[in-house]
Design a binder for this molecule. Structure first.
Ligand SMILES: C[S@@+](CC[C@H](N)C(=O)[O-])C[C@H]1O[C@@H](n2cnc3c(N)ncnc32)[C@H](O)[C@@H]1O
Length: 293
């Protein structure tokens, strides 16, 4: 069977399973089963051999029947132009989080120490390191399993651009001048880190949301998603720590679209005046940031 025929056949089955991105998902999974870039599907329309077809059908079934996210099935996803490894131990990086990276890259003082709290796959820390090589970045997470993925991603992205193919020898990924150094910390919230800029896409979903969440969400780590009755437990504790550390001058937080006002109040009460909430491309409030001093 040719790739295009399999995709044509699989798309209605994915649609029937309630998947909005059925055609795209079918293309990504078939391309992955063949071992080619998605763009090659249209240029070459390759014939699948038996093993490739078996792989493709297993992936399509896992997507339709178990609603496993495509990123977990193919083991990778794109964020801010970087291809990152994704496993069930990390949140699949979302495109709206690029706003947090973009704003931090604009606002962080030259040479600042920055912590990415809840780094997950390392998406934010890595994207920021590539945009702002002058920063010193700490990627921190309470999940050791997530940190292992973040470490591999940082090393892979660094390697991809290094002239030498030798992997970084130490815990800290130091590469060519185009990528800021990234250190890793296994800790809750700020841990032992001290510096000027705190960024985070923390868990912010209300506990009750579980009942109505999409089936895909059930495959992502609970620790990455849920944060108490109003979804603000982690943010509340993080803002309190930021307030207590005098060096912290800039805080940027991603949050749910109905949490902007609550987070502005939290930041203002903690001594970060005039917080600003910004919408994502869909027009939903997505992140809030504030400075002090
Ligand atoms: C929403 S995910 C964000 C992952 C990644 N930064 C991204 O944007 O794709 C939240 C992350 O916060 C971590 N986390 C949850 N509670 C935490 C805490 N108290 N301290 C540090 N990290 C925490 C989770 O393990 C998870 O990796």
């Amino acid at each position: 069977m040719r790739a295009r025929d399999l995709i044509r056949q699989a798309t209605p089955a994915l649609e029937a399973a309630g998947i909005d991105t059925a055609r795209l998902d079918a293309e990504l999974l078939v391309a992955h089963a063949i071992g080619i870039e998605r763009s090659r599907l249209f240029l070459d329309d390759p014939e699948l051999d038996a093993a490739q077809r078996e792989r493709a059908e297993a992936l399509l079934a896992a997507r339709a029947e178990h609603r496993i996210p495509v990123a977990q099935l193919v083991g990778a996803w794109w964020f801010d132009g970087h291809e990152l490894e994704v496993t069930a131990d990390v949140l699949v990086p979302r495109p709206e989080t690029e706003l947090l990276v973009e704003r931090t890259a604009e606002l962080a003082p030259h040479g600042a120490g920055v912590i990415d709290v809840g780094t997950g796959s390392g998406a934010i820390a890595i994207a920021l390191a590539a945009r702002r090589p002058d920063l010193t970045i700490t990627a921190s997470d309470v999940s050791e399993a997530a940190l292992a993925v973040a470490r591999r991603n940082a090393a892979a992205v660094a390697r991809a651009e290094r002239t030498s193919s030798a992997p970084p020898a130490t815990e800290e990924v130091r590469s060519a001048p185009w990528l800021a150094p990234i250190a890793f910390q296994h800790a809750s919230l700020l841990g032992a880190w001290r510096g000027e800029v705190v960024i985070s896409n923390p868990p912010y979903v209300e506990d009750d949301w579980r009942a109505q969440a999409s089936p895909e969400l059930a495959h992502e780590p609970e620790l990455a998603l849920y944060a108490g009755a109003d979804g603000l437990d982690v943010i509340r504790a993080l803002v309190a720590q930021c307030a207590a550390h005098a060096e912290v001058a800039l805080v940027l937080l991603e949050h749910g679209h109905q949490q902007g006002a609550a987070i502005r109040d939290l930041l203002a009460e903690a001594g970060f005046p005039d917080p600003i909430t910004e919408p994502d491309l869909a027009g939903h409030d997505r992140m809030t940031w504030a400075r002090r001093g």
